[in-house]
Design a protein. Sequence first.
Length: 197
Amino acid sequence: MAEQTPYHPRDAISSTTNAVLLNGAAGVLISGVQNTLAKENRGLFGLFTKTGGTIAMFAAVGGTYAFIKDASANLRETDDPWNAALGGFFGGALLGIRTGRIPYVLGFGAGLATLVASFDAGGNHWRGAKWREGYVDDVARREAIRSTRRRAYEETIEEIGEGRGVYGPGYAERRAARLKEKYGVEVPLEHEKPYAY
């Protein structure tokens, strides 16, 4: 049996506030689209007066989901997909309440509960459970591979030679000596381009 990690309580009020603000902002965006696509000219405040129910519904569903999920996790002292399912059910039920019919309330609740519970069971990421604890992102993984397989600078210079941005220590002196030997040209070292060693 796998060893259980200790449960750390969540701040349900903070996450609810964040969810209301985030989903409310999404509701403003959707309400703005609805207001723009209307046949009659509603003006700027039509965003709140005519289609403002969309903003309220988005904020209420997001806030309900976040609060129920965290409150359930705190009461049960476990972090599992059932918390997300409870939050999703109550959030989806709010969507169904607008219709005024019990089958819609239960159907929307069950649908959203299934969706968010399966997403939570999959690791809360579209790529699956590997993104949960212990996962190293691709950039960090590649950097770790590079650091373990790095070659010495001198070995690289020995293999590919100097030039093309790869210069070893004392390159300026060696270059000046080669030019003096081959062409008889004296190259002053103080005017040379500084090379990174």
